[in-house]
Write a protein that binds this ligand. Sequence first.
Ligand SMILES: Nc1nc2c(ncn2[C@@H]2O[C@H](COP(=O)(O)OP(=O)(O)OP(=O)(O)O)[C@@H](O)[C@H]2O)c(=O)[nH]1
Length: 590
Amino acid sequence: MVLISLRRLIVIPFIVLMLFAGGIMYYFSTVTVSNVADGVGLHYIKEVENRVYDRVVDFIAPLNDIVEINRKAFSFRPNQLNDLSNVAGRFYEQAVPYTYMSFISFAAERDGKYIASVRDPFGQTDHHLTSNYLTKPFSLEGFEYDPRQYFGEKITSAPPYDGYDPRKRPFYTDAVKQGDAVWSDVAPYYGYKTLGVGLSAPVYDQQGNLLGVTATSVALIELDKFLKSIELGDNSYAFLAEENGDLIATSKSGELYRTEDGVTTRVSLKTHESKAFQIASKQLVMGAHTLDVDGEHYLYHVHAIALPHGKKWLIGVLIPQSYYYRLLTEYSNSILLITLGLFISIALIGSLIAHHIGKPIRALNNAAKDSKFESITRLPNPLSPIREIDSLSQGLRVMAHDLSDIMQNLEKKVAQRTSDLKYENEHLLEQSNQDELTGLYNRRGFNVGFDRALLTAQQQSRSIAFVICDIDHFKRVNDLFGHTVGDQALQVVADVLKSQVRQHDIVARYGGEEFALVMVGMSQEEILSRLNKVRQAFLERPVCENHHITMSFGIAYRNNSASHAPQTLITEADEKLYQAKNTGRDKIVA
Ligand SMILES: Nc1nc2c(ncn2[C@@H]2O[C@H](COP(=O)(O)OP(=O)(O)OP(=O)(O)O)[C@@H](O)[C@H]2O)c(=O)[nH]1
């Protein structure tokens, strides 16, 4: 089975997932960007269009509303027109809420009297009133607005315009001719740098008699400002134009009309200084189009605004493809980065958790591998804040403690048992080397002691004597007194021999009634002296009923320079014992 660390187990799946998800997201984002880019671009364009549309509709609506309200008011109550001062007050009140409402006027059919509430097209000065009859008939003059009597101080900065008969002006004649509300041409305002447009409507009494014409007018500079205020992307364009392409407002700088040699001409998409507008002028059909402007691919959309009384204006928006491609790519890249960031964060958190879990487990593992139980008991307590791991650690701690006790008891028992066995071994060894009857070394014990004595003699260059002695006619003792007495005789021999040698000399029962002595560093004379004392001791110590035993001795002696080969010593001593036996017994042959 392949072993894997906890950290890898957690981290690797997340890295694999991250790479997999990242790859899929990258693929889909690339495909998606190219698939939906134009849709998104169009959506963006429509957002811009809607803003322009709403603004234009809001902007134009009061123009129509006020014309219609006045038209109905005068139609139902024509006597209001008898005092044009009141009409002037009414117009003033109507114009106040709309800073861009530059004219609200009425011109009477009966006598050509004209009254208007006027404001400069930029909305920078207060409203004032204009009339053509107050001081001099058909002399158009301006007056400050006075809330108490409406007509206040005469404005002298502008000279009066004599001979002004509104009934001859296009706003009047067009409305009468049309018999209904009619739009004026979009045209520059006289004396102000802005275009304007007006709506005029004939007013009839209930009997159908023409009472006059009421009109409103607005300065279109407001719409131009609005289009310029829209934050379009780089190299993007928006315009508001009439159906023929004459411009009303644009998002770009550039003139909307030109005056040359006293002749004023409107600027159209075609004649605008912007190359994009020039190319857009060729395509004024409603809907989405693509354009190529200086090698740049554009998405272009034209939308119509239907104004009251059959007026139609066009909104156009041009956006370079690179702009919304970049927006979408940046967006999808952000999503991709956020997703990858999430996966990396999860993998890092997983790694931290694995480390947190793995560290105490490794410590437990190392402690468990150590043959000393103390390693487990020395682990920090608690080992981990994770309940399961700490529980495992507690379990191992208890187990180690119990095992430690068991081991200690076992060691004590083993030590005791070893000591007992050692003692028994020593005892058995002693027994195996000892003759049971006499307590002397047996043949095996003799061999061990003899080898040791030979080595000592050789190492220390000392003499060694091997003596073999045999009870004379021992068979008779057994025969005469029985084996028990025979055994006692053997014990007496053992006692006597032991009493006549040194502590460290070897005395052994060599076999049957045969005994052996080994003495190191003792002179031959000394040996003979001691053996004679043994013989003397037998005379003084009867084994039974005044029966004395005698022994025959064969001695093999080597001084310090002689060879100490054991078998030659034994053979030699045997031969000498044989010699002693054959020559009368109870003697020592050296
Ligand atoms: N009671 C007793 N007798 C033993 C023991 N071991 C050997 N003997 C006896 O010792 C006797 C040895 O007899 P032999 O070999 O003929 O020698 P001997 O009678 O001593 O004659 P020589 O050695 O020639 O003087 C035998 O009768 C054995 O039965 C023992 O442990 N106890």
